[in-house]
Design a protein around this ligand. Structure first.
Ligand SMILES: C[S@@+](CC[C@H](N)C(=O)[O-])C[C@H]1O[C@@H](n2cnc3c(N)ncnc32)[C@H](O)[C@@H]1O
Length: 355
Protein backbone atom coordinates (compact mmCIF):
# COMPACT_ATOMS: atom_id res chain seq x y z
CA UNK A 1 0.00 0.00 0.00
CA UNK A 2 1.15 3.50 -0.81
CA UNK A 3 1.22 4.88 2.75
CA UNK A 4 2.43 8.24 4.04
CA UNK A 5 5.67 7.66 5.93
CA UNK A 6 5.94 3.99 4.91
CA UNK A 7 9.39 2.61 5.67
CA UNK A 8 9.27 -0.11 3.02
CA UNK A 9 12.15 1.44 1.07
CA UNK A 10 14.21 2.11 4.20
CA UNK A 11 14.15 -1.38 5.74
CA UNK A 12 17.79 -2.19 4.95
CA UNK A 13 18.94 1.14 6.37
CA UNK A 14 16.91 0.51 9.53
CA UNK A 15 18.16 -3.04 10.00
CA UNK A 16 21.83 -2.21 9.35
CA UNK A 17 21.72 0.77 11.69
CA UNK A 18 19.86 -1.07 14.46
CA UNK A 19 22.29 -3.99 14.26
CA UNK A 20 25.19 -1.62 14.82
CA UNK A 21 23.73 -0.58 18.17
CA UNK A 22 21.96 -3.52 19.81
CA UNK A 23 23.48 -6.51 21.63
CA UNK A 24 22.91 -10.14 20.59
CA UNK A 25 20.43 -10.81 23.39
CA UNK A 26 17.48 -8.94 21.93
CA UNK A 27 14.36 -10.99 21.26
CA UNK A 28 11.45 -8.54 21.37
CA UNK A 29 10.91 -5.76 18.83
CA UNK A 30 8.16 -3.20 19.52
CA UNK A 31 6.76 -1.32 16.52
CA UNK A 32 4.22 0.97 18.15
CA UNK A 33 3.41 3.42 15.33
CA UNK A 34 3.08 0.44 13.04
CA UNK A 35 1.12 1.80 10.01
CA UNK A 36 1.24 -0.85 7.27
CA UNK A 37 3.28 -3.21 9.45
CA UNK A 38 6.24 -3.15 7.03
CA UNK A 39 8.84 -2.73 9.78
CA UNK A 40 7.30 -5.27 12.14
CA UNK A 41 7.06 -7.84 9.35
CA UNK A 42 10.72 -7.29 8.42
CA UNK A 43 11.86 -8.01 11.98
CA UNK A 44 9.34 -10.84 12.36
CA UNK A 45 11.14 -12.51 9.46
CA UNK A 46 14.43 -12.09 11.35
CA UNK A 47 13.02 -14.16 14.22
CA UNK A 48 11.97 -11.46 16.70
CA UNK A 49 8.81 -11.56 18.75
CA UNK A 50 6.92 -8.48 17.59
CA UNK A 51 4.67 -6.20 19.59
CA UNK A 52 2.77 -3.95 17.15
CA UNK A 53 0.36 -1.10 17.77
CA UNK A 54 -1.38 1.71 15.93
CA UNK A 55 -4.17 4.12 16.84
CA UNK A 56 -6.02 3.52 13.54
CA UNK A 57 -8.23 0.43 13.31
CA UNK A 58 -7.37 -0.36 9.67
CA UNK A 59 -3.73 -0.43 10.70
CA UNK A 60 -4.57 -2.73 13.61
CA UNK A 61 -6.24 -5.05 11.08
CA UNK A 62 -3.20 -5.05 8.78
CA UNK A 63 -0.84 -5.72 11.69
CA UNK A 64 -3.14 -8.28 13.27
CA UNK A 65 -2.79 -10.22 10.03
CA UNK A 66 0.75 -9.52 8.76
CA UNK A 67 2.36 -9.62 12.19
CA UNK A 68 -0.10 -11.53 14.36
CA UNK A 69 -1.00 -14.38 12.00
CA UNK A 70 1.83 -16.87 11.82
CA UNK A 71 0.18 -20.22 11.04
CA UNK A 72 -1.65 -21.45 7.92
CA UNK A 73 -5.38 -20.62 7.84
CA UNK A 74 -7.60 -23.66 7.39
CA UNK A 75 -11.06 -22.12 6.73
CA UNK A 76 -12.48 -25.53 7.60
CA UNK A 77 -15.95 -24.33 8.54
CA UNK A 78 -16.50 -22.83 5.08
CA UNK A 79 -16.44 -26.26 3.41
CA UNK A 80 -20.24 -26.43 3.27
CA UNK A 81 -20.46 -23.11 1.42
CA UNK A 82 -17.35 -23.30 -0.78
CA UNK A 83 -17.36 -26.42 -2.88
CA UNK A 84 -14.40 -28.79 -2.37
CA UNK A 85 -12.54 -26.35 -0.10
CA UNK A 86 -11.64 -29.13 2.33
CA UNK A 87 -10.08 -31.17 -0.50
CA UNK A 88 -7.51 -28.44 -1.17
CA UNK A 89 -4.09 -28.30 0.48
CA UNK A 90 -4.27 -25.92 3.43
CA UNK A 91 -1.95 -23.37 1.77
CA UNK A 92 -4.26 -23.16 -1.28
CA UNK A 93 -7.48 -22.48 0.61
CA UNK A 94 -6.99 -18.71 1.13
CA UNK A 95 -6.89 -18.19 -2.63
CA UNK A 96 -10.03 -20.24 -3.06
CA UNK A 97 -11.92 -18.28 -0.36
CA UNK A 98 -10.84 -14.99 -2.00
CA UNK A 99 -11.96 -16.26 -5.42
CA UNK A 100 -15.34 -17.15 -3.95
CA UNK A 101 -15.69 -13.66 -2.44
CA UNK A 102 -14.63 -12.03 -5.72
CA UNK A 103 -17.43 -13.85 -7.51
CA UNK A 104 -20.23 -12.51 -5.26
CA UNK A 105 -22.88 -10.30 -6.83
CA UNK A 106 -22.36 -6.67 -5.80
CA UNK A 107 -24.54 -5.04 -3.11
CA UNK A 108 -25.71 -1.47 -2.68
CA UNK A 109 -24.33 -1.03 0.84
CA UNK A 110 -22.71 1.79 2.82
CA UNK A 111 -19.70 2.24 0.55
CA UNK A 112 -21.73 2.30 -2.65
CA UNK A 113 -24.39 4.61 -1.22
CA UNK A 114 -21.95 7.17 0.19
CA UNK A 115 -18.72 6.98 -1.80
CA UNK A 116 -19.68 5.98 -5.36
CA UNK A 117 -21.29 8.29 -7.89
CA UNK A 118 -24.32 6.09 -8.58
CA UNK A 119 -25.23 5.91 -4.90
CA UNK A 120 -24.28 9.35 -3.63
CA UNK A 121 -25.51 11.51 -6.53
CA UNK A 122 -29.03 11.73 -5.10
CA UNK A 123 -27.80 12.62 -1.63
CA UNK A 124 -26.74 16.15 -2.66
CA UNK A 125 -23.05 15.33 -2.07
CA UNK A 126 -21.82 13.28 -5.04
CA UNK A 127 -18.60 11.42 -4.31
CA UNK A 128 -16.53 9.16 -6.51
CA UNK A 129 -13.91 7.33 -4.45
CA UNK A 130 -14.61 4.08 -6.30
CA UNK A 131 -16.41 3.00 -9.46
CA UNK A 132 -20.01 1.93 -8.80
CA UNK A 133 -19.20 -1.70 -9.46
CA UNK A 134 -16.16 -1.74 -7.17
CA UNK A 135 -18.13 -0.02 -4.39
CA UNK A 136 -20.82 -2.71 -4.66
CA UNK A 137 -18.21 -5.49 -4.77
CA UNK A 138 -16.60 -4.04 -1.66
CA UNK A 139 -19.96 -3.96 0.15
CA UNK A 140 -20.83 -7.52 -0.83
CA UNK A 141 -17.47 -8.89 0.26
CA UNK A 142 -17.34 -6.90 3.50
CA UNK A 143 -20.87 -7.97 4.46
CA UNK A 144 -20.12 -11.61 3.73
CA UNK A 145 -16.98 -11.54 5.89
CA UNK A 146 -18.98 -10.07 8.80
CA UNK A 147 -21.71 -12.59 8.25
CA UNK A 148 -19.24 -15.49 8.44
CA UNK A 149 -17.77 -14.00 11.61
CA UNK A 150 -21.19 -13.55 13.25
CA UNK A 151 -22.13 -17.14 12.34
CA UNK A 152 -18.85 -18.42 13.80
CA UNK A 153 -17.78 -19.81 10.42
CA UNK A 154 -14.38 -18.10 10.52
CA UNK A 155 -12.05 -17.50 13.46
CA UNK A 156 -10.25 -14.23 14.31
CA UNK A 157 -7.13 -15.12 12.32
CA UNK A 158 -9.21 -15.81 9.21
CA UNK A 159 -11.34 -12.70 9.77
CA UNK A 160 -8.36 -10.32 9.93
CA UNK A 161 -6.73 -12.03 6.95
CA UNK A 162 -9.88 -11.43 4.87
CA UNK A 163 -10.32 -7.79 5.87
CA UNK A 164 -6.63 -7.16 5.19
CA UNK A 165 -7.05 -8.70 1.74
CA UNK A 166 -10.05 -6.44 1.12
CA UNK A 167 -8.29 -3.27 2.32
CA UNK A 168 -5.25 -3.99 0.13
CA UNK A 169 -7.33 -4.93 -2.92
CA UNK A 170 -9.82 -2.03 -2.81
CA UNK A 171 -7.02 0.47 -2.14
CA UNK A 172 -5.52 -0.43 -5.54
CA UNK A 173 -8.76 0.64 -7.24
CA UNK A 174 -9.28 3.92 -5.33
CA UNK A 175 -10.05 6.96 -7.47
CA UNK A 176 -7.64 9.25 -5.59
CA UNK A 177 -4.28 10.87 -6.24
CA UNK A 178 -2.83 8.93 -3.32
CA UNK A 179 -4.64 9.42 0.00
CA UNK A 180 -8.36 9.66 0.79
CA UNK A 181 -8.37 13.38 1.66
CA UNK A 182 -9.93 13.98 -1.78
CA UNK A 183 -11.22 11.98 -4.74
CA UNK A 184 -10.68 12.68 -8.44
CA UNK A 185 -13.43 14.18 -10.60
CA UNK A 186 -13.13 11.57 -13.32
CA UNK A 187 -12.54 7.87 -12.82
CA UNK A 188 -8.84 7.27 -13.42
CA UNK A 189 -7.76 4.21 -15.41
CA UNK A 190 -6.85 1.96 -12.49
CA UNK A 191 -10.14 2.83 -10.76
CA UNK A 192 -12.07 1.54 -13.78
CA UNK A 193 -10.64 -1.97 -13.41
CA UNK A 194 -12.78 -4.42 -11.47
CA UNK A 195 -11.48 -5.23 -8.04
CA UNK A 196 -10.36 -8.81 -7.59
CA UNK A 197 -9.75 -9.95 -4.03
CA UNK A 198 -6.10 -10.92 -3.80
CA UNK A 199 -5.06 -12.93 -0.74
CA UNK A 200 -2.83 -10.89 1.56
CA UNK A 201 0.63 -12.40 2.11
CA UNK A 202 0.98 -14.61 5.16
CA UNK A 203 4.28 -14.66 7.06
CA UNK A 204 4.71 -17.97 8.86
CA UNK A 205 6.89 -18.47 11.92
CA UNK A 206 6.98 -20.06 15.37
CA UNK A 207 6.57 -16.95 17.52
CA UNK A 208 3.45 -15.62 19.17
CA UNK A 209 3.12 -11.87 18.56
CA UNK A 210 1.02 -9.16 20.18
CA UNK A 211 -0.99 -6.50 18.38
CA UNK A 212 -2.75 -3.50 19.95
CA UNK A 213 -5.04 -0.69 18.75
CA UNK A 214 -4.44 2.14 21.21
CA UNK A 215 -2.77 5.46 21.70
CA UNK A 216 0.93 4.70 22.03
CA UNK A 217 1.30 6.51 25.37
CA UNK A 218 -1.36 4.17 26.80
CA UNK A 219 -0.08 0.94 25.29
CA UNK A 220 3.41 1.66 26.51
CA UNK A 221 2.28 1.30 30.11
CA UNK A 222 1.40 -2.35 29.47
CA UNK A 223 4.40 -3.66 27.60
CA UNK A 224 8.15 -4.17 27.86
CA UNK A 225 10.72 -5.46 25.41
CA UNK A 226 14.27 -5.14 24.12
CA UNK A 227 14.01 -2.80 21.13
CA UNK A 228 11.42 -0.02 20.82
CA UNK A 229 11.09 1.39 17.31
CA UNK A 230 9.14 4.64 16.94
CA UNK A 231 7.90 5.98 13.62
CA UNK A 232 5.45 8.78 14.50
CA UNK A 233 3.82 11.18 12.05
CA UNK A 234 6.28 13.95 11.17
CA UNK A 235 3.81 16.73 10.50
CA UNK A 236 0.26 17.96 11.05
CA UNK A 237 -1.42 15.65 8.55
CA UNK A 238 -3.66 13.36 10.60
CA UNK A 239 -3.79 9.75 9.41
CA UNK A 240 -7.44 9.63 10.55
CA UNK A 241 -8.49 12.04 7.79
CA UNK A 242 -6.11 10.83 5.08
CA UNK A 243 -7.22 7.22 5.47
CA UNK A 244 -10.83 7.64 6.69
CA UNK A 245 -12.10 5.39 3.91
CA UNK A 246 -9.94 2.45 4.98
CA UNK A 247 -11.06 2.97 8.57
CA UNK A 248 -14.71 2.76 7.52
CA UNK A 249 -14.20 -0.32 5.33
CA UNK A 250 -12.28 -2.01 8.15
CA UNK A 251 -14.87 -1.15 10.81
CA UNK A 252 -17.93 -1.20 8.54
CA UNK A 253 -19.87 0.48 11.32
CA UNK A 254 -22.19 2.80 9.29
CA UNK A 255 -20.72 5.98 10.79
CA UNK A 256 -22.26 9.42 10.54
CA UNK A 257 -20.24 11.17 7.86
CA UNK A 258 -20.05 14.74 6.67
CA UNK A 259 -18.64 17.15 4.10
CA UNK A 260 -17.41 16.84 0.55
CA UNK A 261 -15.21 13.87 1.34
CA UNK A 262 -17.62 12.03 3.65
CA UNK A 263 -15.33 12.18 6.65
CA UNK A 264 -16.19 10.14 9.73
CA UNK A 265 -15.86 11.57 13.24
CA UNK A 266 -12.22 11.32 14.36
CA UNK A 267 -11.78 13.34 17.54
CA UNK A 268 -10.68 10.24 19.47
CA UNK A 269 -8.09 9.42 16.80
CA UNK A 270 -6.47 12.83 16.67
CA UNK A 271 -2.78 12.30 17.29
CA UNK A 272 -0.78 14.52 19.62
CA UNK A 273 2.21 13.68 17.44
CA UNK A 274 0.59 15.79 14.70
CA UNK A 275 0.26 18.85 16.93
CA UNK A 276 3.14 21.31 17.20
CA UNK A 277 1.99 22.40 20.67
CA UNK A 278 1.63 18.84 22.08
CA UNK A 279 4.19 16.69 20.34
CA UNK A 280 7.13 17.40 22.65
CA UNK A 281 5.32 16.61 25.89
CA UNK A 282 3.78 13.45 24.43
CA UNK A 283 7.19 12.33 23.15
CA UNK A 284 8.95 13.07 26.43
CA UNK A 285 6.34 11.09 28.37
CA UNK A 286 6.86 8.18 25.96
CA UNK A 287 10.63 8.18 26.17
CA UNK A 288 10.69 8.46 29.95
CA UNK A 289 8.21 5.60 30.49
CA UNK A 290 9.46 3.04 27.96
CA UNK A 291 10.55 -0.22 29.61
CA UNK A 292 13.12 -1.28 26.98
CA UNK A 293 16.88 -1.52 26.42
CA UNK A 294 17.08 0.50 23.20
CA UNK A 295 14.87 3.16 21.63
CA UNK A 296 15.04 4.07 17.94
CA UNK A 297 13.16 6.95 16.34
CA UNK A 298 12.62 7.56 12.62
CA UNK A 299 12.12 11.23 11.87
CA UNK A 300 13.13 13.51 9.03
CA UNK A 301 14.69 16.93 9.02
CA UNK A 302 11.37 18.68 8.34
CA UNK A 303 9.37 17.24 11.24
CA UNK A 304 7.53 19.11 14.00
CA UNK A 305 10.29 18.38 16.52
CA UNK A 306 13.74 19.81 15.89
CA UNK A 307 16.93 17.77 16.07
CA UNK A 308 17.80 19.54 19.31
CA UNK A 309 14.40 18.70 20.84
CA UNK A 310 14.91 15.04 20.00
CA UNK A 311 18.48 14.91 21.23
CA UNK A 312 17.56 16.60 24.49
CA UNK A 313 14.58 14.31 25.19
CA UNK A 314 16.15 11.00 24.14
CA UNK A 315 19.38 11.95 25.93
CA UNK A 316 17.44 11.85 29.21
CA UNK A 317 17.52 8.03 29.02
CA UNK A 318 21.20 7.39 28.24
CA UNK A 319 23.75 7.47 25.43
CA UNK A 320 22.25 9.17 22.37
CA UNK A 321 23.30 8.93 18.69
CA UNK A 322 21.85 8.95 15.17
CA UNK A 323 22.23 7.64 11.61
CA UNK A 324 21.11 9.47 8.46
CA UNK A 325 20.13 8.61 4.92
CA UNK A 326 19.19 10.83 2.03
CA UNK A 327 15.74 9.83 0.89
CA UNK A 328 13.67 10.47 -2.26
CA UNK A 329 10.10 10.98 -1.32
CA UNK A 330 6.96 12.27 -3.00
CA UNK A 331 5.60 15.49 -1.64
CA UNK A 332 2.27 17.23 -2.32
CA UNK A 333 2.84 20.21 -4.56
CA UNK A 334 0.86 22.93 -2.80
CA UNK A 335 0.21 25.02 -5.90
CA UNK A 336 -1.33 22.05 -7.74
CA UNK A 337 -2.98 20.18 -4.93
CA UNK A 338 -3.19 16.85 -6.69
CA UNK A 339 0.20 16.70 -8.29
CA UNK A 340 3.06 15.13 -6.43
CA UNK A 341 6.65 16.13 -6.93
CA UNK A 342 9.75 14.23 -5.91
CA UNK A 343 12.02 15.90 -3.41
CA UNK A 344 14.97 14.87 -1.28
CA UNK A 345 14.84 14.82 2.49
CA UNK A 346 17.26 13.62 5.11
CA UNK A 347 15.86 10.66 7.03
CA UNK A 348 17.20 10.28 10.57
CA UNK A 349 17.29 7.23 12.77
CA UNK A 350 17.92 8.53 16.29
CA UNK A 351 18.71 6.09 19.07
CA UNK A 352 19.36 5.92 22.76
CA UNK A 353 20.93 3.08 24.70
CA UNK A 354 18.90 3.21 27.90
CA UNK A 355 20.80 3.32 31.23
C1 LIG B 1 4.79 7.29 9.77
S1 LIG B 1 3.39 6.25 10.00
C2 LIG B 1 4.13 4.68 10.33
C3 LIG B 1 4.54 4.01 9.08
C4 LIG B 1 5.03 2.57 9.27
N1 LIG B 1 6.31 2.51 9.93
C5 LIG B 1 5.07 1.87 7.93
O1 LIG B 1 6.18 1.57 7.45
O2 LIG B 1 4.02 1.63 7.35
C6 LIG B 1 2.79 6.75 11.56
C7 LIG B 1 1.66 5.89 12.16
O3 LIG B 1 1.45 6.33 13.50
C8 LIG B 1 0.07 6.19 13.80
N2 LIG B 1 -0.19 7.05 14.97
C9 LIG B 1 -0.26 8.40 15.01
N3 LIG B 1 -0.46 8.83 16.27
C10 LIG B 1 -0.50 7.73 17.06
C11 LIG B 1 -0.66 7.53 18.46
N4 LIG B 1 -0.82 8.56 19.29
N5 LIG B 1 -0.64 6.27 18.95
C12 LIG B 1 -0.49 5.21 18.09
N6 LIG B 1 -0.34 5.34 16.75
C13 LIG B 1 -0.33 6.58 16.24
C14 LIG B 1 -0.63 6.58 12.52
O4 LIG B 1 -1.93 6.03 12.46
C15 LIG B 1 0.33 6.01 11.46
O5 LIG B 1 -0.10 4.74 11.02
Amino acid sequence: MNYIGSKLSLLDFLEESINKVVDKNCHTFCDLFAGTGAVGVHFKKKGYKIIANDIQYYSYVLNRHYVGNHKELSFLKLSDEIYNLDKLKIEDRSQSVCDYLSSLVGKKGFIYKNYCLGGSINEGEPRQYFSDSNGMRCDAIRQKIENWKDSDLINDDEYYFLITSLIESIDKQANTASVYGAFLKNLKKSAQNDMVLKPAKLFLNDQEHEVFNEDINEVLKKISGDILYLDPPYNQRQYATNYHMLETIAKYDNPTIHGKTGLREYQDKKSRYCSSSQVKSAFKDLILKAKVKYIFLSYNNEGLMSLDDIKEIMGLRGKYGFFTKEYNRFKADKSENRNYVASKTLEYLHYVICD
